[in-house]
Design a protein around this ligand. Structure first.
Ligand SMILES: *Cc1c(COP(=O)(O)O)cnc(C)c1O
Length: 388
């Protein structure tokens, strides 16, 4: 049976497991060796070569989920991004990147690329025409991120992939926010998919990891650079990631469902002035999201009305945790104006639509009514403390 014909939960549970031939145990054994017998195979097993049994087998699960031939697992999402970029870019090359980009990726480009003589352009917007306008004769890569952080804009994945293909440019996507459960960019024409596995793939806020999935040809090219840069993941954590991924589809689907209900609830709340969620009909790219995603994900943002202090609201939450990261089974919120976008001036924040009232919500798997209750009581208590 081909992997594509297996159901999602079967892939999550079983693809890439290592059979315990010796003791017939139920789960994959961990192989912690950093030293393997010297034989005449071309590439020796070594953790930095991404080819220990646990690394190799888990990569199969990620490849199956992203409909690719191959995958590599990294020590962090940033290791995945940086190794991927450096595999395709060299001195004199140019990359086009979406303007609304994960902060770490943006920093990597702005702080490191000039050292390598790599040119870059951040797009003015996220329409296909914005990408087209940024392309130069030396453009080798286009990198997109959709849904974006924190305003959940949706980029036309097929449109960008088609544009790039017509010019012989390789495309990469950060698929972290969607997870492979909600979006498979390879099927939309993208060449290489990457994930911060720290987020949904790990899902329990206890693993730092990354992954890249693509054709064997592209993966070989990335591997050649990655073995020199050395960003692989330890087998102990690879094993934990495999265990976490068994419930990936279950978790993400539960999170999607909660997020859809909470987006509707917030949209109807009189103290909430705006909700950003691609699953809502009034989201500007709702139809596009519907066409290219399997579901709308569990990340959303909302703005409280002007009279309510967002920081006070955050302090009133009991169940939902204020947290920098996202995608765990537990619900978390953060204020982009105080965290990811804190270093920008008020004018710069206004220009990118990050108001002081904006709250990013990573929806977990808790019971919906408990999450709704927590938000409601936090709003009521914010009002009474503010106006008392
Ligand atoms: C967290 C994150 C990253 C970086 O991943 P790390 O595992 O923290 O290195 C990249 N992209 C997105 C969208 C993220 O949320």
């Amino acid at each position: 049976m081909s992997k594509k014909t297996l159901g999602l939960n079967t892939i999550c549970t079983h693809v890439g497991e290592i059979k315990d031939e010796q003791f017939k145990g139920a789960v994959s054994p961990i192989y912690l060796s950093t030293s393997y017998e010297f034989d005449d195979v071309e590439i020796k097993r070594y953790p930095r070569y991404f080819n220990t049994p646990n690394q190799e087998f888990l990569a199969k699960k990620i490849a199956a989920l992203e409909h690719t031939e191959a995958a590599l697992i990294f020590g962090s999402g940033m290791a995945a991004i940086s190794h991927m970029f450096l595999a395709f870019l060299q001195k004199g090359d140019h990359i086009v990147v979406q303007n609304t980009l994960y902060g770490g990726t943006s920093n990597f480009i702005r702080e490191e690329f000039h050292k390598y003589g790599i040119e870059y352009t951040f797009t003015n917007g996220y329409a296909v025409s914005d990408f087209e306008a940024a392309i130069q004769s030396n453009t080798k890569l286009i990198h997109i991120e959709t849904p974006s952080n924190p305003l959940l804009t949706i980029t036309d994945v097929k449109g960008v992939a088609k544009l790039a293909k017509s010019k012989g440019i390789v495309t990469t996507i950060d698929n972290t926010f969607a997870s492979p459960i909600n979006q498979n960019p390879i099927d939309l024409g993208i060449d290489i998919v990457m994930h911060s596995a720290t987020k949904y793939l790990g899902g329990h806020s206890d693993i730092l990891a990354g992954a890249v999935a693509s054709s064997q040809e592209h993966i070989d090219r990335i591997w050649n650079v990655s073995k020199n840069l050395g960003g692989s993941l330890s087998d102990m954590t690879v094993w934990m990631l495999e265990r976490s991924m068994k419930t990936l589809a279950l978790r993400v689907k539960a999170q999607n469902k909660n997020a859809r209900k909470l987006a509707k609830f917030l949209e109807g709340h009189k103290d909430v002035s705006k909700v950003y969620y691609p699953g809502l009909k009034n989201h500007p790219e709702h139809e596009l999201a519907k066409a290219q995603m399997h579901d709308f994900g569990a990340m959303l943002s909302f703005e409280l009305v002007e009279e309510m202090d967002a920081m006070s609201f955050m302090k009133q939450l009991n169940l939902i945790k204020p947290s920098m990261s996202l995608a765990g089974v537990e619900s978390t919120m953060l204020l982009p104006s105080q965290t990811s976008h804190a270093l920008l001036s008020q004018e710069q924040r206004d220009a990118v639509g990050i108001s002081n009232q904006l709250i990013r919500f990573s929806v977990g798997i808790e019971t919906y009514r408990d999450l709704k209750f927590d938000i409601n009581q936090a709003i009521i208590n914010t009002k009474t403390t503010t106006f008392a």
